[in-house]
Design a protein around this ligand. Structure first.
Ligand code: FRU
Length: 477
């Protein structure tokens, strides 16, 4: 184990000097080199936040999954903490796939999916654990795996059984884990008294989409919330704009699995949450969605992918609301204010924008960010239909395969104005734009790679009737 981790770390320390900084984010966690995907094991332990992630150090495409590791004091500045897990055991030699963390007896346990290739050449998925006293060096449990295919209910796939989330439930530990059953995507529940011996309980969700991935499960504001990333949901414009929408399901036991997409931007998947010491439920997601091709990959920049900013979740009237975590406010630098019916201004490329709009008699509202030299990221709002749409086709490098035009339709969602007003908080980094509606009802996370300075913004309505009030802050860290 140590050998494989050391090999990866030696490779990273050489490779990181070959990473091209042009699109590297300033305040988002990003791949040190190579490829990253899902956040893993997001937790608070030993006085720090820990964020692990799916990681292939060796090239900027998905392959050979390890767990990389960052720590942070404030959820915004992430420090590299090394490779936590490598695919170095017979039961995880194909990859150390996603999972969560749990703290027990002052020890940090990582619960993950081990993937190995069976005699028929197919990839089998089993659940495993690793533990650490210092939160940095992990030992895999000597009797891994702790759950194998033998414990699966009848009809469950041996090859799609992954991404465990573990939490306290009564006086036990409960695992919710994704599985593919005969009717489609299932979430299975297992219980354990010691994190080692697990018993199958029942299905939490059955037959949803084709397959579910990366479940999260938590209590929030007197509700239980299940978050799932989906494969094969039917495309519904305005509701499920992503090819693989992430759904936030409130009170599944009472209501059944209906839920809205948690993020309607181009890029969001596999989020995880934690509870902060002061009781807030914070979510971070992977800011990417295939089949997009992130330009730093095809430009040969030797790194690929980043995470979203942290967002705080709340529930009001049975709906999940998402707001930027308050820690982001501490990054506010120089402030500027603008007001008018048409505004174009400079806010810098690494910036937060607060935009308040009195819609008045407008039919269409246009917001542009990351604007310079004919490039911009476009957000439009159709007042009558209440449809907000995004378009990154003019925002610099293209996101189709190897830089081709993207094929998927532009994301759209319904956003009702309240008393004729709309408000947005927008977070710009070197290669991303995350838009929050101020009421928390909508988030849109999108990667963009502008070629120019991308330091301007623009607000207008079709008939010049809307009023805009904009405050911008440079983001400094
Ligand atoms: C989701 C996912 C997970 C899996 C991991 C492998 O992006 O497919 O289901 O554990 O990525 O990297």
């Amino acid at each position: 184990m140590v050998k494989d981790i050391r090999r990866a770390e030696e490779f990273i320390s050489r490779q990181k000097h070959l990473v091209n900084p042009e699109f590297r984010p300033v305040y988002h966690a990003a791949a040190p080199c190579g490829w990253i995907n899902d956040p893993n094991g997001f937790c608070f332990f030993g006085g720090k936040y820990h964020l692990f992630f799916q990681f292939n150090p060796y090239s900027s495409v998905w392959d050979s999954m390890h767990w990389g590791h960052w720590t942070s004091k404030d959820l915004v500045s992430w420090e590299w903490a090394g490779v936590a897990l490598a695919p170095d055991m017979p039961y995880d030699s194909f990859g150390v796939f996603s999972g969560h963390a749990v703290v027990k007896d002052n020890t940090l346990y990582l619960i993950y999916t081990g993937v190995y290739t069976d005699e028929e050449g197919k990839q089998r998925q089993v659940q495993c654990i690793a533990f650490s006293k210092d939160g940095i060096n992990f030992t895999k449990y000597e009797k891994n795996p702790v759950i194998t295919a033998d414990q699966l209910p009848e009809g469950a796939s041996l090859y799609d059984f992954r991404d465990p989330k573990v939490f306290r439930h009564n006086d036990k530990y409960r695992m919710v884990v994704a599985s593919r059953g005969q009717k489609g995507g299932d979430l299975l529940l297992f219980d354990s008294g010691d994190l080692i011996h697990w018993e199958y309980v029942e299905k939490h969700i059955e037959g949803m989409a084709v397959m579910l991935e990366c479940p999260d499960y938590f209590e929030l504001d007197d509700h239980t919330v299940t978050v799932v990333s989906t494969i094969g949901m039917p495309f519904i414009e305005g509701k499920y704009s992503s090819p693989q929408p992430v759904l936030g399901l409130v009170d599944v036991e009472k209501n059944g699995p209906v839920g809205d997409a948690l993020d309607i931007g181009y890029d969001f998947y596999a989020p995880q949450t934690l509870l902060t010491p002061d009781g807030r439920r914070i979510m971070i997601g992977w800011m990417f969605m295939g089949p997009n091709d992130f330009p730093p990959r095809y430009l040969g920049h030797n790194w690929n992918n980043l995470m979203t900013v942290p967002r705080e979740l709340r529930i009001e009237n049975g709906r999940i609301l998402q707001l930027p975590a308050k820690e982001l406010n501490a990054c506010r630098g120089k402030e500027s204010a603008f007001a008018g019916k048409t505004i174009s201004g400079k806010c810098g490329r690494i910036a937060e924008l607060s935009i308040d709009i009195d819609v008045n008699d407008a039919n269409e509202i246009t917001l542009r960010t990351a604007e310079s030299e004919g490039e911009y990221f476009l957000i439009t709002y159709d007042v009558k239909s209440q449809v907000i749409s995004l378009d990154r086709s003019k925002a610099g490098y293209l996101f189709g395969k190897d830089g081709a035009t993207e094929e998927r339709p532009n994301p759209k969602a319904i956003l009702p104005a309240k008393d004729g007003k709309l408000g947005f908080s927008i977070y710009m980094d070197r290669s991303s734009c995350e838009v929050f509606s101020k009421d928390g009802s909508l988030v849109m996370s999108t990667l963009i790679c502008p070629k120019g300075e991308a330091d301007g913004f623009f607000c207008a309505s079709d008939n010049e009737s809307s009023n805009f009030a904009v405050t911008t802050w440079e983001i400094v860290k």
